[in-house]
Write a protein that binds this ligand. Structure first.
Ligand code: FES
Ligand code: FES
Length: 157
């Protein structure tokens, strides 16, 4: 089926099988491999992307459902520097080890920080509870998100 959508600000026209999910489309057709695939059934959050500004699980959405819509991946957020401070905080606080969960974590964390300038640690944990990390134990991730929120508030003063 023919689809047209916007991906990271650029128009994309493609032919896809109706069965291809958005994560596979981004990775295999567009070579945007920052969107990871873990469980492939909506549990782990590794495939988190933005669809029309809302975070979604790209493994649960068919590429054809993204027709006429806007997708942002971790490459888009990274290239625009939207999450540069969050990425730096993840590095500084050892909030990633293998890095497999990291793109999805960054997408989810940025989604929280856009909604809440001053989230509690409980709110951070709640918002990231759909993103699994098998390496870090989560504490460092919560530290990184909390530190980024604080730094952003201080910059906004
Ligand atoms: S790969 Fe999509 S939620 Fe796990
Ligand atoms: S850093 Fe390895 S899964 Fe999170």
């Amino acid at each position: 089926m023919p689809i047209s959508l916007e991906v990271n600000g650029e128009r994309v026209d493609a032919q896809v099988s109706p069965r291809v999910n958005l994560a596979d489309f981004l990775r295999e057709h567009l070579h945007l491999t920052g969107t990871h695939v873990g469980c492939e059934h909506g549990v782990c959050g590794a495939c988190t992307v933005r669809l029309d500004g809302e975070i979604v699980r790209a493994c649960l959405i068919l590429a054809v459902q993204a027709h006429s819509r806007s997708v942002q991946t971790i490459e888009g957020l990274s290239d625009s520097n939207e999450v540069a401070d969050l990425q730096a905080a993840f590095r500084d606080r050892n909030a990633l080890q293998c890095g497999y969960c990291t793109p999805g974590m960054l997408m989810a964390a940025q989604d929280l920080l856009k909604q809440h300038a001053d989230p509690s640690r409980a709110q951070i944990r709640e918002h990231l509870s759909g993103n699994y990390c098998r390496c870090t134990g989560y504490q460092a991730i919560v530290d990184a998100v909390e530190a980024t929120a604080l730094a952003r508030r201080e910059r906004a003063r």
